[in-house]
Structure formats: C-alpha cells, structure tokens
Ligand binder design. Sequence first.
Ligand code: GLN
Length: 240
Amino acid sequence: MKKSLLFLIVVMLVVSFGFAKVYRVGTSAGFPPFEYVEKGEYVGFDMDLMREMAKEMDFEIEIIDMSFDSLIAGLVSGNLDIIAAGMTITDQRAKVVDFSDPYWTADQSISVKEDSDLTITVLFGDHNIGVQTGTTGDLWVEEHLEKTGILTGRYKRYDTFVLAMTDLVNGNLDAVVLDSPVADRFAKVRPVKTIGVIKSDEKYGLAVRKGNSKLLETINEGLKRLEENGTIDELIAKYF
Ligand code: GLN
C-alpha cells in the first residue's frame, strides 16, 4: 500500500515537473502583422510573442486558428487556454474573460480605395461601409453610425478584414473601418489608403478564462520579462 502510494507520488512529480504544460492558444490568423500564415506557419507579432513567452516561462503552446468572433466562446468553453489575436480589452469582453496587461495600443482607421477622393464624410449618409464581424471597428460603426441613423447606406460585416478590403478594392464598398496598425500595413501592399483615424485609443491584451489567475500571472510576468529583455522591441522591429 505504502509502496504504491509512493509510486503514485513519484509519477505525479515526474508528470508535473518533467513535462512543460501545453497551452492551447487561440488566434484568428488573418490579421497581419499580428497573426497570419506564411509558408504554412503561423507568424506575426502575437505568434512570436507567444512563442518567446513560452520559452521564457517554460511552457509549450499549440496554436489553434478560428474566426475572430468564435475566440471568446472557445476560451469560455475550455477549448482554448489563451487568446492571442490583437484583441482589444473592452469592458464587455472583460465580463467574460480575464485580460493580461496591455501590450499594444491602436485606433480605428478609415480606409478607402487609393484613387478615391472621398473624405471622412464617407461615414455619413448613403455610403457602404465594411467591417470585420465582432471587432471593435464593428461595434463602433454599429453604435455611432448605424444605430444613430448617421449612416444610411449598406453596412456589411465580413469574416475577415481582408474580405472587406477586397470588396473595397473591387468597388463594392466605399470605406472599411479597421484597427490602425493593420490598416496601415495593408495600405503598403494593396491599393487602399487611410483618410482618417478614429482615436479609440484601444489596448490589446491576451485573454485567459475568468478566474485563471495562475495563468494570467504567468502571462503578465512573461510580458514583463520580454519587455525588459528587449524581445518585444525586436519583434516590433521585425513586424512593423
Ligand atoms: N482589435 C480588434 C478587436 O479586438 C480587432 C481584432 C482582430 O480582428 N483580430 O476587436
């Protein structure tokens, strides 16, 4: 009896110390430069941030790609342990998940076709506006433009911002409202331009299940160390 108990304890110790914990990191890999797929690999600022953090804090990660608006449900239901998806910390989301310390600041950009002479008045009246479903851009347009009746044209939601931008380039939309770092980066490679910025001053955070304070502490400690040892600066230089 005693022997078997001892054996069990040894096994448990080996299991808990011998193998690093594997966390399932949910992302939506169509959000360059934060997360995207290149040569079959998940790359981008958030993806490298998570890999570097895993090394620093001694855990392993498995990256799981899904639509942005399924991420919170995935975390709450236990299919994910962490969300790393350029996700803005909002009061609404913080009711259902716990956010890390902020690691990025963004605003909302208004993008139009490169050859367009539309101005920020594109947000008013009979114009067609596109957003990515469930994002802060979506919420902003809905709350400030659609519900108020300021926008009377078509308001269209897309699974990814790239689909919205493609409709913009094809002339099916007049403007897209999207996180500024992502819009700026996109404007470098496709014929779109930013004509205005909505100063939303939003902060990106990593998210964990509510009450998972141990993992949250690990993540915040990881962010702090990567900030202090210059890794975050290296990643900024690499992706921006
Ligand atoms: N930062 C925005 C949000 O949290 C968009 C994020 C994204 O599309 N990946 O809603």
